[in-house]
Design a protein around this ligand. Structure first.
Ligand SMILES: Cc1ncc(COP(=O)(O)O)c(C=O)c1O
Length: 403
């Protein structure tokens, strides 16, 4: 149990202690047949996770980054093609684009949802690119590169607004790969199809990370790609396994990107608890909203758009002087994080892309003000009340000195 005066940003210990017997049984099973790579435990997890996401196929891989990279490759990206995403995400999204041989183009996020703004995407596709209806190719005017695909990121556990993104993709013949690495179980209401859809079921494929701190986390590195497309699934199975569909017969060069069977077994155990854990996160988020309501002039709590049922991988608020807030909370032994402090277009790693400050003003504003408060399924009401009271004290003190 966590000490109430020491509130971690994330408690990974308690769920593992609770599930210890089941998790150890997985290890014993693997030791019993020495099946450490692939095999029935991986297949069982792939079946169950595909069913959970509402898709036909799931391909287990060794990380979310490789899940993205393999999905881009299987979707047919060619060297030099452009893939469009947002600058407000973890760098793995764009690393995978570069590693697949493609070029990164950014469009800004929506100020309230922190996910890709479909209008900014439309502006980029319509104003900076030309569509050749004969070849069906969209080409970026300045670079003359083909635009191949779009990666909406379901950040913090909330889905991007997928209907307009998918519509633009269909108009311009682009693939959509969802970055669902933070959104296991999140849902999106598609007005177009009049139905709720799970993250991971809407694009040509979707990438999931099972990094330990995710809503569904392994006890090490792991990831998966989901898809409804049998050809994508078959291709990704080859790519993750040295390009072979049959042992030692290599149709292409692939990667060593497989999912370990012990990780798959652990993921199957945890998958049975995911819906309950996600519900707990949602309920904690609503409680935080309530606790922080009286500070609403000084703090912006996450907005859940009517088209999403978020799973609150993170509970991210916006506040002025967030470093001072973090210091105050750290003094009270409350953990916080910033996801993410430097927008990708301003990172040293992307100087060669020639973006500059001011190019994506929403992302830049948001990145300067966000702070992630403690959020995990086993969090207690008392812990939340403690966090909220320290946050309220901080903003009240700031407001009174500003007067
Ligand atoms: C949005 C996003 N994309 C991709 C990744 C990459 O996943 P992994 O760490 O499993 O490679 C992460 C994980 O942190 C993520 O948060």
């Amino acid at each position: 149990m966590t000490n109430p005066t020491n509130i971690p940003f994330l408690d990974l210990v308690t769920p593992h202690q609770e599930l210890e017997a089941e998790l150890l049984a997985v290890v014993r099973k693997a030791f019993g047949n020495a099946g450490f790579i692939g095999g029935p435990m991986v297949e069982e997890f792939e079946r169950d996770f595909a069913a959970f996401c509402g898709v036909r196929y799931c391909v287990g891989v060794n990380s979310g980054t490789d899940a993205l990279r393999f999905a881009f490759m299987a979707a047919g990206v060619r060297p030099g093609d452009i893939i469009v995403t947002v600058p407000h995400t973890f760098i793995a999204t764009t690393e995978a684009i570069s590693q697949a041989g493609a070029q990164i183009a950014f469009v800004d996020i929506h100020e309230q949802t922190y996910t890709m703004d479909p209008e900014k995407l439309r502006e980029y596709l319509e104003r900076q690119c030309d569509f050749d209806s004969r070849s069906g190719k969209l080409v970026e005017r300045d670079s003359k590169r083909r635009v191949a695909g779009i990666v909406p990121v379901h950040l913090y556990g909330q889905t991007a607004d997928m209907d307009p993104i998918l519509e633009l993709a269909a108009t311009y013949n682009l693939f959509v790969i969802e970055d669902a690495c933070q959104a296991h179980g999140a849902e999106y209401f598609s007005k177009k199809d009049s139905t709720w859809k799970r993250a991971g079921s809407m694009g040509k494929a979707a990438a999931f990370s099972f990094y330990p701190g995710k809503n569904l986390g392994a006890c090490g590195e792991a990831g998966a790609v989901t898809t409804n497309d049998p050809a994508m699934s078959a291709r990704m199975k080859m790519i993750r396994d040295h390009g072979q569909a049959k042992k030692y017969y290599h149709d292409i060069e692939g990667y060593n990107g497989r999912l370990d069977s012990i990780q798959a077994g652990w993921l199957s155990v945890k998958l049975r608890h995911l819906a309950k854990w996600n519900e707990a996160r949602r309920s904690h988020a609503h409680y935080y909203h309530k606790l922080l309501a009286e500070a609403k002039d000084a703090i912006v709590v996450p907005m859940e758009a009517p088209w999403t049922k978020g799973v609150y991988h993170l509970y991210v608020v916006r506040v002025q002087e967030r470093e001072a807030l973090q210091a105050t909370l750290a003094e009270a032994r409350i953990g916080t994080g910033i996801h993410y402090p430097v927008p990708l277009h301003l990172q040293n790693a992307y100087q060669h892309l020639d973006y500059k400050e001011g190019d994506f003003p929403v992302t830049e504003r948001v990145a300067a003000e966000i702070v992630s408060l403690p959020m995990f399924p086993h969090m207690s009401n008392e812990q939340q009340a403690e966090v909220a009271s320290k946050v309220r004290e901080f903003v009240t003190a700031k407001l009174s000195t500003a007067l």
